[in-house]
Write a protein that binds this ligand. Structure first.
Ligand code: CAA
Length: 387
């Protein structure tokens, strides 16, 4: 077992850290306050290869491995979680699935512009009445009599990057009788008629990551934009989430690290009762617990990424490692952000420091791409074989 990153992985980590600390961290508070989409820095992320880290170069990406991807996401998230949400959805939920399951023509047409950052991708699974129970979606795709296209009607909710996306990886019901086996995947051009964007949702955290509801009103999608076979969509959606959850784990590690590092600095600087607060046992306990959880979460995230590369070769599913990493890392982010606010006292509650933002941003990692309850269910089902 080798815990050392390769030279290439260290280089991409350093490049992501430089970009995140120099260009994202300084604007994070401003974009959090305004809730504006950070178009300029996202474009720059594309130029640096961060919008399609694992996408092969022939489809416009950086062609790197899954470990490099989680290193990039951790660095971006340590500067600003909202940027890492936009980048993670673009990479894992949009590009990854199309590279895995798309045809050569689909990869060229729909991955290339998104992996290079010229266009933005989003993922349409959740609906107003169907979140954790993804198979209960109602959005319908009905094939035309001549077979040339499908007509889509329905609503998708909580769509990350929905207000700005150019393409959506959509899941819709083609055969309502067949439940999860009656769902089909499509690639949607968001600029075509019938794709109706709702108002951006005001949110507790990751405020610069634009989110909205999307309504499909008699939207016509050409049959050649179907991804995989009719009825294969649910398995595709779940496989894509297996990867997406590793990205969210890396995001959570980034938030936890930012909260931890700020706390260590503050514990060294801040004095009370004649000493630096870091010399008090109650602060030391918090610092030690944060450090242990952070290291454990990072190692599980790196293991899940490493296992993803291994599974790519062997054809196995990488469900369990991703869920373990996501569950542990998201609860670590919440734990560290909570402890950071407490260590900073009044300053942790103030908008003058980023600590309260870490606290608000951490919460979403326990909710999206499968809640902590869903991760526990996936893990327990895998371990017991019971449902
Ligand atoms: N890989 C491949 N296939 C899978 C799979 C996986 N990880 N998980 C399930 N499947 C297959 C099963 O094998 C099964 O097929 P067979 O019948 O042929 O065996 C089929 O899919 C149905 O599986 P289940 O019976 O297990 O399905 P279920 O209805 O019980 O649901 C679930 C399983 C794990 C709860 C799933 O619904 C789930 O993950 N829910 C959470 C949804 C989620 O994460 N949503 C996030 C939205 S995206 C988002 O948040 C984006 C963002 O903004 C950042």
């Amino acid at each position: 077992m080798d815990f050392q990153l390769t030279e290439d992985q260290q280089m991409i980590q350093a490049a992501a850290r430089e970009f995140a600390q120099n260009e994202i961290a300084p604007i994070a508070a401003e974009f959090d306050a305004s809730g504006q989409f950070p178009a300029r820095t996202i474009k720059k992320a594309g130029e640096l290869g961060f919008m399609g880290v694992e996408v092969p170069a022939e489809y416009g990406g950086a062609g790197l491995d899954p470990v490099s991807y989680v290193l990039v996401i951790e660095e971006i998230a340590a500067a600003d979680a909202a940027h890492s949400t936009i980048i993670s959805v673009n990479n894992s939920l949009y590009c990854h699935g199309i590279v895995e399951f798309g045809t050569e023509d689909q990869r060229q047409r729909f991955v290339r512009p998104v992996a290079s950052g010229e266009a933005i991708g989003c993922y349409g699974l959740t609906e107003p009445q169907s979140g954790s129970d993804a198979a209960s979606m109602r959005t319908r795709a009905v094939r035309s009599a001549d077979g040339s296209h499908y007509v889509i009607n329905g609503k998708k909710s909580w769509i990350t990057s929905g207000p700005v996306a150019d393409y959506m990886f959509l899941f819709a019901v083609t055969d309502p009788e067949s439940k999860s086996k009656g769902i089909t995947a499509f690639i949607i051009d968001c600029r075509q008629p019938g794709f109706v964007r709702g108002k951006p949702e005001p949110k507790l955290g990751i405020r610069a990551s634009a989110t909205c509801e999307i309504e499909f009103v008699d939207y016509k999608v050409p049959a050649e934009n179907r991804l995989g076979a009719d009825g294969q969509g649910f398995a595709i959606a779940m496989t894509v989430l297996d990867s997406g959850r590793i990205g969210i784990a890396a995001q959570a590690v980034g938030i936890a690290r930012a909260a931890y590092e700020a706390s260590v600095d503050y514990a060294r600087e801040r004095k009370a009762f004649g000493s630096q607060i870091g010399s008090f046992q109650m602060i030391q306990q918090k610092i030690a617990d944060m450090k242990c959880r952070l290291e454990a979460a990072r190692l599980l995230t790196l293991r899940a990424a490493w296992n993803k590369a291994r599974c790519k070769q062997s054809g196995e599913r990488n469900t369990l490692a991703g869920s373990i990493a996501k569950l542990t890392a998201s609860e670590t982010a919440m734990f560290c952000a909570h402890a950071a606010v407490q260590i900073h006292g009044g300053m942790g509650y103030s908008k003058e420091m980023p600590i309260e933002r870490y606290f608000r941003d951490a919460k979403i990692t326990e909710i999206y791409e499968g809640t902590s309850e869903i991760q526990r269910m996936v893990i327990a089902r895998a371990e017991t074989g019971l449902r």
